[in-house]
Design a protein around this ligand. Structure first.
Ligand code: AN0
Ligand code: CP
Length: 332
């Protein structure tokens, strides 16, 4: 018999933190659970009663903010949202700094204080691109895990966006017509340097879901092997698109040294258009949004009936609710 009140037992059985696909015991079970939740999203309204979710944003958001809040409300939770850059004290994140500059508060006090006012914490903290080691050791979200005293989940951290990838996999499961679809992650141009979090997670989750995963990008845009293991790299975008069942477009900045965080190409011949989509097996078009039209994808492709970007966004509520439900079950 499992003693749910025993903190040591609890630690191993329930999900405490969620930052990666590895935090779900079994992806297939999690997808099944998500699809059940989608059928009746108000079935667990008692689970979150008198529990407070605190959502901390170091970066902008539309979907994550709204869908995660909605998911928490579906579970009966209370929600507090804090934009760290709007109205809160500017936070120092480095230990040992003489704090005589423009940052009046240290993360090492702010985080345990935040933990006092809630039961669960969601954190959005993008890669800073200042220091690859800090980004890839997930310095910010790990400080929340270490010092908040609360379960913590990622709302896009430096190296991953697991709630997005989970929603993307749910969406593919709902649309696929064969057990092992060909899923192509393609780089596309963008005027600003964007993190690798979304493509890292998408590649990792799509491999974990046992799809035939192909990644295509210009040379120099190789992602960390930690996330792409099991996927095929194809530098010829047209070749990659051949027979694809799903095209997932995304921009990212370079990962490899010495170009970490830099834009190496703005080649618009990589933009996904209908000519390229015609090479596929009538593939669905996917993107996490927000998307820059006619940089990443042409108007006609994103507006076509094979575009499932809005369905992906809708499934963000479901991925967030599945994760929150599991965390809440661990608190009981
Ligand atoms: C962010 C990124 O590429 O990580 C968030 C995507 C969900 N996108 C932008 O900053 C435009
Ligand atoms: N896809 C996604 O995470 O969108 P937001 O940045 O708007 O939250």
């Amino acid at each position: 018999m499992i003693d749910k009140n025993n903190i040591y037992t609890k630690k191993y059985i329930f999900m405490r933190n969620f930052t990666s696909v590895h935090d779900l015991n079994n992806l297939k079970d999690a997808i099944k659970e998500a699809l059940e939740i989608k059928k009746d999203r108000f079935a667990y309204q008692e689970l979150g009663k008198n529990k407070t979710l605190l959502m901390i944003f170091f970066n902008s958001s539309l979907r994550t903010r709204l869908s995660t809040q909605k998911a928490a409300l579906n579970l009966g939770m209370n929600v507090i949202v804090l934009d760290v850059n709007q109205g809160a004290w500017k936070l120092e994140t480095e230990r040992g700094v003489i704090m005589d500059g423009d940052k009046p508060e240290h993360l090492l006090e702010a985080v345990p204080v935040m933990g006092c006012y809630c039961d669960v914490i969601g954190v959005r903290a993008f890669a800073s691109f200042k220091n690859k080691e800090d980004d890839y050791s997930e310095k910010i979200i790990n400080q929340f895990i270490k010092y908040s005293g609360r379960p913590v989940f990622s709302m896009e951290a430096a190296t991953g966006h697991p709630l997005q990838a989970f929603a993307d996999i749910i969406t593919i499961e709902e649309h696929k017509t064969k057990a092992r679809p060909k899923v192509v992650l393609t780089w596309a141009p963008h005027p600003r340097a964007l993190p690798q979090a979304v493509p890292n997670s998408f590649a990792q989750w799509a491999v974990a879901a046992d799809y035939d995963v192909v990644i295509t990008h210009p040379k120099g845009y190789e992602l960390s092997k930690e996330f792409t293991q099991g996927a095929t790299i194809e530098y010829d975008q047209e070749k990659a698109f051949k027979d694809a069942d799903f095209i997932y477009a995304k921009n990212w900045a370079a990962f490899e040294d010495p170009n970490y965080g830099q834009i190496l190409s703005s080649d618009r011949s990589w933009t996904v258009d209908s000519k390229k989509m015609a090479l596929t097996n009538n593939a669905y078009f996917m993107h996490c949004l927000p998307v820059r039209r006619n940089m990443i994808v042409s108007d006609d492709v994103i507006e076509s009936e094979r575009s499932i970007v809005i369905k992906e966004a809708a499934n963000r509520e479901i991925s967030a609710q599945t994760v929150l439900k599991r965390i809440l079950e661990g608190l009981k």
